[in-house]
Design a protein around this ligand. Structure first.
Ligand code: ADP
Length: 310
Protein backbone atom coordinates (compact mmCIF):
# COMPACT_ATOMS: atom_id res chain seq x y z
CA UNK A 1 0.00 0.00 0.00
CA UNK A 2 3.02 2.35 -0.16
CA UNK A 3 2.92 5.09 -2.79
CA UNK A 4 4.83 4.69 -6.05
CA UNK A 5 8.39 6.04 -6.28
CA UNK A 6 8.70 9.79 -6.71
CA UNK A 7 10.04 11.24 -9.96
CA UNK A 8 13.87 11.20 -10.08
CA UNK A 9 13.88 15.01 -9.80
CA UNK A 10 12.31 17.64 -7.54
CA UNK A 11 9.07 19.26 -8.61
CA UNK A 12 9.85 22.30 -10.73
CA UNK A 13 8.00 25.12 -12.43
CA UNK A 14 8.52 24.77 -16.16
CA UNK A 15 8.37 27.55 -18.73
CA UNK A 16 8.71 26.52 -22.37
CA UNK A 17 12.15 27.40 -23.73
CA UNK A 18 12.58 28.67 -27.25
CA UNK A 19 15.89 26.94 -27.99
CA UNK A 20 16.43 23.60 -29.62
CA UNK A 21 15.90 20.54 -27.48
CA UNK A 22 18.58 18.57 -29.38
CA UNK A 23 21.50 20.19 -27.57
CA UNK A 24 20.28 19.13 -24.13
CA UNK A 25 18.39 15.88 -24.71
CA UNK A 26 18.67 12.95 -27.05
CA UNK A 27 15.23 11.90 -28.24
CA UNK A 28 15.11 8.29 -29.27
CA UNK A 29 13.07 8.65 -32.44
CA UNK A 30 12.89 4.90 -32.96
CA UNK A 31 11.43 4.20 -29.56
CA UNK A 32 7.81 5.30 -29.54
CA UNK A 33 6.20 4.93 -26.12
CA UNK A 34 2.77 5.83 -27.35
CA UNK A 35 0.79 7.78 -29.87
CA UNK A 36 -1.52 10.47 -28.71
CA UNK A 37 -4.15 12.71 -30.20
CA UNK A 38 -1.67 15.34 -31.31
CA UNK A 39 1.69 13.66 -31.63
CA UNK A 40 3.96 10.96 -30.29
CA UNK A 41 5.72 10.18 -27.04
CA UNK A 42 9.36 9.00 -27.26
CA UNK A 43 11.92 7.82 -24.78
CA UNK A 44 14.61 10.44 -24.28
CA UNK A 45 17.79 11.02 -22.26
CA UNK A 46 19.17 14.15 -20.65
CA UNK A 47 22.67 14.38 -22.11
CA UNK A 48 24.39 15.88 -19.06
CA UNK A 49 23.06 13.34 -16.52
CA UNK A 50 21.97 10.32 -18.55
CA UNK A 51 18.55 10.56 -16.85
CA UNK A 52 15.85 8.67 -18.73
CA UNK A 53 12.75 10.75 -19.54
CA UNK A 54 9.75 10.75 -21.86
CA UNK A 55 9.32 13.42 -24.54
CA UNK A 56 5.79 14.16 -25.75
CA UNK A 57 5.98 15.97 -29.08
CA UNK A 58 2.77 17.88 -29.69
CA UNK A 59 2.06 19.46 -33.04
CA UNK A 60 1.00 23.06 -32.41
CA UNK A 61 1.20 25.64 -35.19
CA UNK A 62 -1.48 28.21 -34.46
CA UNK A 63 -1.60 30.40 -31.36
CA UNK A 64 -4.75 28.60 -30.31
CA UNK A 65 -3.08 25.18 -30.51
CA UNK A 66 -0.07 26.51 -28.62
CA UNK A 67 -2.30 27.93 -25.87
CA UNK A 68 -3.84 24.50 -25.35
CA UNK A 69 -0.40 22.99 -24.75
CA UNK A 70 0.64 25.91 -22.54
CA UNK A 71 -2.42 25.11 -20.45
CA UNK A 72 -1.20 21.51 -20.08
CA UNK A 73 2.15 22.90 -18.85
CA UNK A 74 0.43 25.28 -16.42
CA UNK A 75 -1.63 22.44 -15.00
CA UNK A 76 1.39 20.15 -14.57
CA UNK A 77 3.29 22.98 -12.88
CA UNK A 78 0.70 22.94 -10.11
CA UNK A 79 0.73 19.19 -9.51
CA UNK A 80 3.32 17.66 -7.22
CA UNK A 81 2.21 14.15 -6.27
CA UNK A 82 3.68 10.65 -6.58
CA UNK A 83 0.61 9.39 -8.48
CA UNK A 84 0.76 12.18 -11.07
CA UNK A 85 3.46 12.16 -13.76
CA UNK A 86 5.86 15.08 -13.29
CA UNK A 87 6.97 17.62 -15.87
CA UNK A 88 10.72 18.28 -16.23
CA UNK A 89 11.09 20.72 -19.14
CA UNK A 90 9.33 22.11 -22.22
CA UNK A 91 10.53 23.40 -25.58
CA UNK A 92 8.58 25.49 -28.01
CA UNK A 93 9.32 25.83 -31.71
CA UNK A 94 7.34 27.02 -34.71
CA UNK A 95 5.58 23.76 -35.38
CA UNK A 96 5.49 21.95 -32.08
CA UNK A 97 5.84 22.00 -28.30
CA UNK A 98 7.78 19.22 -26.61
CA UNK A 99 7.03 18.22 -23.02
CA UNK A 100 9.85 16.38 -21.27
CA UNK A 101 8.43 14.28 -18.43
CA UNK A 102 9.18 11.67 -15.83
CA UNK A 103 9.38 8.30 -17.59
CA UNK A 104 7.74 5.13 -16.32
CA UNK A 105 8.31 1.79 -17.95
CA UNK A 106 5.38 -0.44 -17.00
CA UNK A 107 3.11 0.49 -19.91
CA UNK A 108 -0.56 1.45 -19.95
CA UNK A 109 -2.93 -0.06 -17.42
CA UNK A 110 -5.15 -0.61 -20.47
CA UNK A 111 -2.69 -3.14 -21.90
CA UNK A 112 -2.50 -4.95 -18.60
CA UNK A 113 -6.26 -5.18 -18.38
CA UNK A 114 -6.63 -6.72 -21.82
CA UNK A 115 -3.59 -8.99 -21.48
CA UNK A 116 -4.85 -12.58 -21.59
CA UNK A 117 -1.82 -13.73 -19.61
CA UNK A 118 -2.32 -11.28 -16.78
CA UNK A 119 -4.74 -12.40 -14.15
CA UNK A 120 -6.33 -9.17 -12.92
CA UNK A 121 -7.85 -9.84 -9.53
CA UNK A 122 -10.29 -7.73 -7.54
CA UNK A 123 -7.50 -6.93 -5.10
CA UNK A 124 -5.34 -5.58 -7.95
CA UNK A 125 -8.26 -3.39 -8.94
CA UNK A 126 -8.57 -2.10 -5.37
CA UNK A 127 -4.90 -1.11 -5.40
CA UNK A 128 -5.17 0.61 -8.79
CA UNK A 129 -8.36 2.49 -7.96
CA UNK A 130 -7.03 3.56 -4.57
CA UNK A 131 -3.97 5.19 -6.15
CA UNK A 132 -6.09 6.86 -8.81
CA UNK A 133 -8.27 8.24 -5.99
CA UNK A 134 -5.17 9.50 -4.15
CA UNK A 135 -4.04 11.34 -7.29
CA UNK A 136 -7.53 12.69 -7.93
CA UNK A 137 -8.04 13.78 -4.33
CA UNK A 138 -4.86 15.85 -4.63
CA UNK A 139 -5.84 17.30 -8.03
CA UNK A 140 -9.27 18.25 -6.77
CA UNK A 141 -7.75 19.82 -3.67
CA UNK A 142 -5.67 21.94 -6.08
CA UNK A 143 -8.93 22.83 -7.88
CA UNK A 144 -7.97 20.98 -11.05
CA UNK A 145 -10.15 18.60 -13.07
CA UNK A 146 -8.51 15.86 -15.18
CA UNK A 147 -11.51 15.19 -17.45
CA UNK A 148 -9.87 12.40 -19.45
CA UNK A 149 -9.48 9.53 -17.03
CA UNK A 150 -9.38 6.12 -18.68
CA UNK A 151 -7.08 3.10 -18.52
CA UNK A 152 -4.97 4.43 -21.43
CA UNK A 153 -4.08 7.42 -19.25
CA UNK A 154 -2.94 5.38 -16.28
CA UNK A 155 0.63 4.10 -16.51
CA UNK A 156 2.10 1.24 -14.52
CA UNK A 157 5.42 2.07 -12.89
CA UNK A 158 6.72 -1.41 -13.64
CA UNK A 159 5.42 -4.77 -14.78
CA UNK A 160 6.14 -6.34 -11.42
CA UNK A 161 4.15 -4.07 -9.09
CA UNK A 162 0.72 -2.50 -8.91
CA UNK A 163 2.00 1.07 -8.64
CA UNK A 164 0.50 3.55 -11.07
CA UNK A 165 0.74 7.16 -12.18
CA UNK A 166 -1.87 9.28 -13.95
CA UNK A 167 -0.77 10.94 -17.23
CA UNK A 168 -2.16 13.17 -19.96
CA UNK A 169 -3.25 16.52 -18.58
CA UNK A 170 -4.17 17.65 -22.10
CA UNK A 171 -7.82 18.23 -21.18
CA UNK A 172 -7.19 19.08 -17.53
CA UNK A 173 -8.14 22.54 -16.37
CA UNK A 174 -8.77 24.71 -13.37
CA UNK A 175 -12.29 24.28 -12.11
CA UNK A 176 -14.50 27.16 -13.08
CA UNK A 177 -17.93 27.00 -11.49
CA UNK A 178 -19.85 27.89 -14.62
CA UNK A 179 -17.88 26.18 -17.33
CA UNK A 180 -19.57 23.76 -19.67
CA UNK A 181 -17.50 21.40 -21.68
CA UNK A 182 -18.20 19.76 -24.96
CA UNK A 183 -16.17 16.66 -25.54
CA UNK A 184 -16.62 15.06 -28.89
CA UNK A 185 -13.85 12.53 -29.05
CA UNK A 186 -12.73 9.42 -27.27
CA UNK A 187 -14.74 6.42 -26.28
CA UNK A 188 -18.27 7.25 -25.17
CA UNK A 189 -18.05 4.72 -22.36
CA UNK A 190 -16.14 7.18 -20.22
CA UNK A 191 -18.34 10.21 -20.69
CA UNK A 192 -20.34 11.40 -17.73
CA UNK A 193 -24.00 12.36 -18.34
CA UNK A 194 -23.20 16.05 -17.82
CA UNK A 195 -20.57 15.89 -20.58
CA UNK A 196 -22.94 14.19 -23.03
CA UNK A 197 -25.65 16.68 -22.11
CA UNK A 198 -23.30 19.66 -22.35
CA UNK A 199 -23.95 20.75 -18.78
CA UNK A 200 -21.54 22.08 -16.17
CA UNK A 201 -18.57 19.85 -15.45
CA UNK A 202 -17.04 19.63 -12.02
CA UNK A 203 -15.05 17.37 -9.70
CA UNK A 204 -17.67 14.60 -9.75
CA UNK A 205 -17.19 14.39 -13.53
CA UNK A 206 -13.82 12.73 -12.87
CA UNK A 207 -15.41 10.43 -10.31
CA UNK A 208 -17.85 9.14 -12.91
CA UNK A 209 -15.00 8.00 -15.16
CA UNK A 210 -13.61 6.10 -12.24
CA UNK A 211 -16.82 4.24 -11.49
CA UNK A 212 -17.10 3.66 -15.08
CA UNK A 213 -19.18 2.08 -17.48
CA UNK A 214 -18.77 -1.59 -17.81
CA UNK A 215 -22.40 -2.01 -16.84
CA UNK A 216 -23.52 0.45 -19.49
CA UNK A 217 -22.15 -1.09 -22.61
CA UNK A 218 -24.67 -1.23 -25.38
CA UNK A 219 -24.29 -2.99 -28.71
CA UNK A 220 -23.04 0.22 -30.27
CA UNK A 221 -21.93 3.71 -29.23
CA UNK A 222 -25.43 5.13 -29.54
CA UNK A 223 -26.91 2.54 -27.27
CA UNK A 224 -24.06 3.07 -24.78
CA UNK A 225 -24.74 6.83 -24.73
CA UNK A 226 -28.43 6.22 -24.19
CA UNK A 227 -27.72 3.78 -21.38
CA UNK A 228 -25.49 6.34 -19.67
CA UNK A 229 -28.11 9.06 -19.97
CA UNK A 230 -30.83 6.81 -18.63
CA UNK A 231 -28.45 5.54 -15.96
CA UNK A 232 -29.43 2.08 -17.08
CA UNK A 233 -27.10 -0.59 -15.90
CA UNK A 234 -26.93 -3.74 -13.87
CA UNK A 235 -24.53 -6.24 -12.41
CA UNK A 236 -25.93 -9.20 -14.28
CA UNK A 237 -22.99 -9.49 -16.66
CA UNK A 238 -20.79 -12.53 -16.19
CA UNK A 239 -17.91 -10.31 -15.08
CA UNK A 240 -19.74 -9.37 -11.89
CA UNK A 241 -20.66 -12.80 -10.58
CA UNK A 242 -17.50 -13.14 -8.56
CA UNK A 243 -16.93 -9.67 -7.19
CA UNK A 244 -17.59 -8.49 -3.66
CA UNK A 245 -20.70 -6.60 -2.58
CA UNK A 246 -18.41 -3.78 -1.47
CA UNK A 247 -17.16 -3.40 -5.05
CA UNK A 248 -20.71 -3.25 -6.39
CA UNK A 249 -21.65 -0.72 -3.72
CA UNK A 250 -18.59 1.37 -4.64
CA UNK A 251 -19.57 1.48 -8.31
CA UNK A 252 -23.19 2.20 -7.41
CA UNK A 253 -22.10 5.30 -5.49
CA UNK A 254 -20.08 6.68 -8.40
CA UNK A 255 -22.41 5.96 -11.30
CA UNK A 256 -25.03 8.36 -10.03
CA UNK A 257 -26.59 10.56 -12.67
CA UNK A 258 -26.79 13.62 -10.48
CA UNK A 259 -23.26 14.97 -9.93
CA UNK A 260 -23.83 16.19 -6.43
CA UNK A 261 -24.72 12.73 -5.13
CA UNK A 262 -21.60 10.96 -6.38
CA UNK A 263 -18.85 10.07 -3.92
CA UNK A 264 -15.90 12.45 -3.94
CA UNK A 265 -12.31 11.18 -4.15
CA UNK A 266 -11.92 11.60 -0.39
CA UNK A 267 -15.17 9.70 0.27
CA UNK A 268 -14.11 6.98 -2.15
CA UNK A 269 -10.89 6.48 -0.20
CA UNK A 270 -12.96 6.00 2.96
CA UNK A 271 -15.37 3.53 1.31
CA UNK A 272 -14.96 -0.02 2.69
CA UNK A 273 -13.99 -1.41 -0.72
CA UNK A 274 -10.83 0.73 -0.65
CA UNK A 275 -10.29 0.95 3.11
CA UNK A 276 -11.50 -2.22 4.87
CA UNK A 277 -8.43 -4.28 5.68
CA UNK A 278 -10.36 -7.40 6.58
CA UNK A 279 -12.07 -7.30 3.19
CA UNK A 280 -8.64 -6.98 1.52
CA UNK A 281 -7.43 -9.93 3.56
CA UNK A 282 -10.41 -11.96 2.34
CA UNK A 283 -9.79 -10.90 -1.25
CA UNK A 284 -6.17 -11.91 -0.88
CA UNK A 285 -7.20 -15.32 0.44
CA UNK A 286 -9.46 -15.71 -2.56
CA UNK A 287 -6.57 -14.83 -4.85
CA UNK A 288 -4.47 -17.54 -3.24
CA UNK A 289 -7.32 -20.06 -3.47
CA UNK A 290 -7.88 -19.44 -7.12
CA UNK A 291 -4.30 -18.92 -8.12
CA UNK A 292 -4.31 -21.86 -10.45
CA UNK A 293 -7.75 -21.27 -11.83
CA UNK A 294 -8.29 -18.65 -14.45
CA UNK A 295 -10.26 -16.10 -12.48
CA UNK A 296 -10.64 -13.55 -15.19
CA UNK A 297 -12.64 -10.44 -15.43
CA UNK A 298 -13.35 -8.25 -12.48
CA UNK A 299 -14.43 -4.67 -12.53
CA UNK A 300 -11.91 -3.30 -14.94
CA UNK A 301 -11.95 -6.38 -17.04
CA UNK A 302 -11.09 -5.59 -20.59
CA UNK A 303 -12.90 -8.36 -22.40
CA UNK A 304 -15.22 -5.92 -24.06
CA UNK A 305 -12.72 -3.12 -24.59
CA UNK A 306 -11.29 -2.13 -27.91
CA UNK A 307 -8.65 0.49 -28.21
CA UNK A 308 -9.83 3.53 -30.16
CA UNK A 309 -8.01 3.84 -33.46
CA UNK A 310 -5.82 6.92 -33.51
P1 ADP B 1 -2.14 12.39 -25.76
O1 ADP B 1 -2.49 13.55 -24.88
O2 ADP B 1 -1.66 12.86 -27.10
O3 ADP B 1 -3.19 11.32 -25.80
P2 ADP B 1 -0.60 10.97 -23.75
O4 ADP B 1 -0.01 11.93 -22.78
O5 ADP B 1 -1.84 10.25 -23.34
O6 ADP B 1 -0.83 11.70 -25.15
O7 ADP B 1 0.49 9.91 -24.17
C1 ADP B 1 0.24 8.95 -25.19
C2 ADP B 1 0.82 7.61 -24.77
O8 ADP B 1 2.26 7.71 -24.63
C3 ADP B 1 0.35 7.11 -23.42
O9 ADP B 1 -0.86 6.42 -23.50
C4 ADP B 1 1.50 6.21 -22.97
O10 ADP B 1 1.41 4.94 -23.55
C5 ADP B 1 2.72 6.93 -23.54
N1 ADP B 1 3.31 7.81 -22.51
C6 ADP B 1 2.90 9.07 -22.23
N2 ADP B 1 3.62 9.62 -21.24
C7 ADP B 1 4.51 8.69 -20.85
C8 ADP B 1 5.54 8.64 -19.83
N3 ADP B 1 5.76 9.71 -19.05
N4 ADP B 1 6.27 7.51 -19.70
C9 ADP B 1 6.03 6.44 -20.51
N5 ADP B 1 5.08 6.42 -21.47
C10 ADP B 1 4.32 7.50 -21.66
Amino acid sequence: SSPPPLAPFDHRIVTPKPHQIATIYTINRDEVLGGGRFGQVHKCTENSTGMMLAAKIIKARSQKEKDVVRNEIQVMNQLNHANLIQLYAAFESRHDIILVMEYVEGGELFDRIIDENYNLTELDTVLFIRQICEGLQYMHKMYILHLDLKPENILCVSRATNKIKIIDFGLARRYKPREKLRVNFGTPEFLAPEVINYEFVSFPTDMWSLGRPLPFLGDDDNETLNNILACQWNFEEEEFTDISDEAKDFITRLLVKSKSWRMSAAESLRHPWLSDRSLHYRLNQKVNDTLHKRDKGVIWSGDHLTKPQL
